[in-house]
Write a protein that binds this ligand. Structure first.
Ligand code: ADP
Length: 495
């Protein structure tokens, strides 16, 4: 397996790292943790430390929330919608101008292939541009009253200070999904990137400063799960937005419930991907491969349960096995790489544990299952495909968050819909067919926040995203995504 390290970075990315160690960005200042604690961020392709970052504690969280409050009640609160729109657009342009550097940092920190990292940065730019448009279009309504001489109307007001916690699978893009509606609605925020991948958010904070978004509007607090918990626990936080595991989401949801803080949660999944008998099989095989192995399977809406009609099961499974065996696994910064490492040693151990469980339960390994030769301390996993599993096996029920696909045969539509829905999750579902009327019928039967027909994973800043059941609460993107950052006030005047 080829190797590529931080030496492969461009000059701007090397200069960014040379400016380290990473600090928090609070109230427009770059500060260390109050107790001086640091942590290392690791290159998943080598297992070696890239740099050190500040590890935030409760004191830092309180300081960041106070800075966000001050900006909300001060400069940012007084910034007009059109000015906010211009600043969001300016941030999009700054990100675009630094696309290569941001993608390199993302690839280095997360392990994803550089080409995909560039795609993430480009998606972040589009997301901001879409929200730049919304800043000037947040409108209330006039309400018709039956009683005479009443003027009633609604106002949409920013919810206030937000705590936003993002995961490590799409670090920059998830940060932008969080920040864009904050900036559009006039809220302020403390953003906490994941401890595995703090680099792109630190660079993003530099760009936020550079484009002139007022100090305190966006604060970046680096740290781990305890940092996130300290942030959520701050009494002056009005709204929490979290993307991550269902286990942590439940904890955060419970905390917010107790304090009646607004909360949106984007959590895990075990999404069913259904190939109907009349599907274009070539397209379905290619699409189902991407549905799971994209980003090394570290995607909340990964199509991890592949249901194939029995008549075509063998053909689809062998097509996928062939593609999985041919995939070039390697470091993200190597241009030949198609599948990067998983993000951390912990994640590697977890994924390997699931593969062992699948074997022990009697599922048949038709591709992968191991750590590739020449991993050299990197957290690589072969793209893995199980056949012969039952719906009850751990590999078919639990979210693995790695490159492990489970193929399951079925015989009829009602049966597959019931099995697809037999999960605690409900994030995404996929349908491959040439019969669009059947596809829409099935789309109505599936319990999922998003249903893909003849594609997997398409999205747009305008298309809502989020889950049914244990996959979350609320939606991001689109105009409904903005509502999570707005309070609705009804004003009733007797004239
Ligand atoms: P994973 O298990 O895939 O790493 P997590 O849900 O643990 O996913 O992490 C997602 C994000 O949530 C990260 O930024 C992490 O630091 C943060 N986090 C983890 N635990 C907590 C917690 N108890 N409270 C708040 N944030 C947390």
């Amino acid at each position: 397996m080829a190797t590529a390290t931080a030496d492969a970075l461009s000059k701007p990315a090397q200069e960014f790292l040379a400016r380290g160690p990473g600090r928090h960005f609070i109230g427009g200042e770059w500060v260390e943790s109050a107790d001086g604690r640091m942590f290392e961020t690791i290159d998943p392709a080598t297992g070696e430390a890239i740099t050190e970052m500040a590890l935030g504690g409760p004191e830092d969280a309180a300081r960041a929330v106070a800075a966000a409050r001050e900006a909300f009640e001060g400069k940012w609160g007084a910034t007009s919608p059109s000015k906010r729109s211009g600043l969001i657009w300016a941030l999009a342009e700054a990100i675009k101008a630094n696309l290569g550097e941001l993608a390199e940092l993302e690839s280095l920190d997360n392990g994803k292939p550089l080409g995909y990292a560039k795609g993430d940065v480009a998606a972040a730019v589009s997301h901001l541009r879409y929200h730049a448009g919304w800043a000037t279009k947040i409108e209330g309504e006039t309400i018709p009253f039956s009683a005479p001489d009443v003027l009633a109307y609604t106002r949409k007001e920013p919810v206030g200070v937000c705590a936003q916690i993002v995961p490590w699978n799409f670090p920059l893009l998830m940060a932008i999904w969080k920040l864009a509606p904050v900036l559009a609605t006039g809220c302020t925020t403390v953003l906490k990137p994941a401890e595995q991948t703090p680099l792109s958010a630190a660079r993003l904070a530099e760009l936020i400063e550079e484009v002139g978004i007022p100090a305190g509007t966006v604060n970046v607090l680096s740290g781990d799960g305890a940092t996130g918990a300290a942030l959520v626990g701050q009494p002056d936080v009005d709204k929490v937005a979290f993307t991550g595991s269902t286990a942590v989401g439940r904890e955060i949801g419970a905390k917010c419930g107790r304090e009646l803080k607004r909360v949106t949660l984007e959590l895990g999944g075990k999404s069913p991907n259904i190939v109907l008998p009349d599907a274009d099989l070539e397209l379905a095989i290619k699409g189902s491969y991407e549905a799971l192995y994209f980003n090394t399977g570290q995607v909340c809406n990964a199509g991890s349960r592949l249901f194939v009609h029995s008549s075509q099961y063998d053909e689809v499974v062998s097509g996928l096995a062939e593609a999985a065996k041919a995939a070039r696994v390697g470091p993200g910064l190597d241009p030949e790489t198609e599948l990067g490492p998983v993000v951390s040693a912990e994640q590697h151990e977890r994924v390997m544990g699931y593969i062992a469980a699948g074997r022990d339960d009697g599922a048949e390994l038709v591709a992968g299952g191991g750590t590739p030769d020449g991993s050299n301390g990197g957290y690589f996993v072969e793209p893995t495909l199980f056949s012969g599993a039952t719906d009850e096996m751990k590999v078919a029920r639990e979210e693995i968050f790695g490159p492990v696909l489970v193929a399951l045969p079925y015989d009829d539509l009602e049966e597959v819909a019931a099995r697809a829905n037999d999960t605690e999750y409900g994030l995404a579902a996929g349908i491959w067919t040439r019969d669009l009327s059947k596809a829409h019928k099935l789309a109505g039967m599936l319990q999922a926040g998003v249903v893909y027909i003849n594609n997997w994973g398409m999205g747009d800043p305008a298309s809502p995203f989020g889950g049914f059941k244990a996959s979350g609460i609320g939606r991001e993107r689109g105009h409904v995504g903005l509502d999570a950052y707005l309070e609705l006030k009804t004003v009733i005047a007797q004239l």
